[in-house]
Design a protein around this ligand. Sequence first.
Ligand SMILES: CC(C)(COP(=O)(O)OP(=O)(O)OC[C@H]1O[C@@H](n2cnc3c(N)ncnc32)[C@H](O)[C@@H]1OP(=O)(O)O)[C@@H](O)C(=O)NCCC(=O)NCCS
Length: 93
Amino acid sequence: MIAFLSLEQRVTAIEIITIEVHPNFRNKGIGNLLLEFTLEFAKKQKSRAVTLHVEHTNQPALTLYKKFGFEIEAKIPHYYGKNCDAYFMIKKI
Ligand SMILES: CC(C)(COP(=O)(O)OP(=O)(O)OC[C@H]1O[C@@H](n2cnc3c(N)ncnc32)[C@H](O)[C@@H]1OP(=O)(O)O)[C@@H](O)C(=O)NCCC(=O)NCCS
């Protein structure tokens, strides 16, 4: 498997549950394609936003999300376990 994307449809938003590219295939534009697909899908579903949680130290993912206009809505302490915080991010459509 090269990449994996799972989305969950909420009442007014699409939540990105998992987005992952195999380490051998990173930095080749696949993450960009998956985000483009997600935003296009959200528009077609008439969702108002795309949301996600990301580990607050995950720089590649944070850079990717900010590039696509996601903003940090909240910091959630210990979301991924002790001392491992998450950012809840949102992109309004
Ligand atoms: C985050 C992830 C999905 C990016 O996938 P990718 O295919 O490597 O991403 P792309 O090659 O399409 O790069 C897209 C953008 O991501 C950012 N990016 C990717 N790798 C980066 C790195 N090592 N450091 C900083 N920014 C990075 C850049 O903004 C890049 O845009 P650019 O090409 O204009 O520079 C991938 O690193 C991954 O699978 N990580 C492990 C799983 C994970 O952390 N998922 C997110 C959980 S919330």
